[in-house]
Design a protein around this ligand. Structure first.
Ligand code: SAM
Length: 371
């Protein structure tokens, strides 16, 4: 099921830039068993306190409210979500509301939740794997569980769960892993996501030393690229198909107005606050105080809908660009297809070498937005 087609007819909220709100990223815990030196903490603070975490009842109210305002996909994240013993209940609750449910995890404890999360309806799992070299893995994550992570990727494959490997590209640390990870992905039948280091949280301090521009990935893989597409439903992410069949997504938010133009998500923190963007530095929308005076389930859902509307009003592209600005990055690589900003009615304008092909891709990915 496509993340953009999981809804049952509810109209999504749009922000004043015309961007729909279709995706939630829910931190189900602030605890983590790794300590990645660049961690952005999902734009929020770390917490070791289990007591403040979203309860299953709160997730139920959130799910009902989100469904009614047209949210279609939920990404479970943290902290480390597999530290939640009730993870499969969370997945089951969300998928029973019709959402496309996925999860981002370091996978070190994933075996404890299989096959339960599969039975509960997980759509795919993003596994963070920043290096296949044990020393680099340890340096990045503070953990020596590389073998366990690799085993659990294979376990996911054996359970038929699609895996996306998340790799933050880091200058001087894992540049040489890019091609090894491509081979590894082919071996285990996974796709890959190379993520540009984001200067948020611990990433602020490490950015100057370790930031590697996103197009470095394309340079490294140049001879192997068969096709480039764009995932316009989410951040206009370039999706590269390689000669060995591996699909590589490039997640490059830094200074990238194309990325922000197609952002369709908000974030829910483990202590039930809503934030519009990873880069948001203002006060979050607090949900728990709004729930204090609600007694019935229906009143609670109404209160959360109001909170979702409030955070939607705070949404805006973090990086904006003047109209008619030239494409970013080395021109020859990024000129293949340029997309205009989605308009309020959901349509997109196209500029590119072959607009008819791009428009076919858009129709596949955006479906009802283009209708
Ligand atoms: N603990 C889980 C994990 O390791 O996947 C989920 C939480 S983690 C914050 C979510 C994703 O964000 C991971 O793939 C991680 O590598 C990525 N990430 C963390 N800090 C980042 C940063 N500064 N820049 C880019 N990506 C980052």
């Amino acid at each position: 099921m496509s993340p953009l087609h999981a809804g049952d007819g509810a109209t999504p909220l749009y922000d004043r830039f015309g961007r729909p709100l279709t995706n939630l990223r829910v931190m189900v815990t602030g605890r983590c068993n790794f300590s990645c030196f660049f961690c952005h903490m999902e734009g929020y603070e770390e917490s070791r306190a289990r007591e403040v975490e979203l309860s299953l009842d709160e997730i139920h109210v959130l799910a009902e409210a989100a469904k009614r305002v047209g949210v279609r996909a939920v990404k479970i994240t943290g902290g480390e979500p597999t530290l939640r013993e009730d993870l499969s209940d969370i997945v089951s609750l969300l998928s029973s509301h019709g959402f496309y449910v996925s999860m981002t995890t370091n996978a070190s404890l994933l075996h404890r939740h299989l096959p339960a999360i599969v039975d509960a309806g997980i759509g795919h799992v993003n596994v963070s794997l920043h290096s296949l070299n044990p020393l680099a893995f340890q340096k990045i994550t503070g953990s020596n569980l590389l073998d366990r992570v690799v085993e659990n990727i294979k376990l996911l494959r054996d359970h038929g769960v699609p895996v996306k490997i998340n790799t933050v590209i880091l200058k001087g640390i894992n540049e040489d892993d890019i091609e090894r990870l491509v081979d590894f992905a082919a071996e285990v039948g996974a796709s890959l996501q190379f993520i540009e280091l984001h200067p948020v949280g611990r990433g602020v301090k490490t950015f100057r030393e370790h930031h590697l521009p996103r197009w470095r990935v394309l340079e490294k893989l140049e001879g192997r690229i068969v096709e480039i597409r764009y995932r316009v439903g989410l951040h206009n992410r370039p999706v590269v198909l390689l000669d060995n069949g591996v699909r590589v997504e490039i997640v490059g938010p830094v200074g990238n107005h194309m990325f922000c133009a197609a952002c369709t998500r908000i974030r829910v923190t483990y202590d039930f606050k809503l934030i519009p963007c990873l880069n948001w530095r203002g006060a979050p929308v607090e949900v728990r105080p709004r729930l204090a005076s609600a007694s019935s389930f229906e009143e609670k859902v109404e209160a959360v809908i109001e909170a979702l509307r409030a955070v939607n009003r705070l949404r805006e592209p973090y990086v904006k660009c003047p109209l008619h600005a030239p494409p970013i990055g080395p021109k020859r690589r990024w000129r293949i297809a340029r997309l205009g900003l989605p308009k309020r009615d959901g349509t997109l304008s196209l500029v590119g070498r072959d607009p008819s092909r791009v428009s076919k891709l858009l129709a596949e990915e955006w479906g009802d937005y283009l209708a």
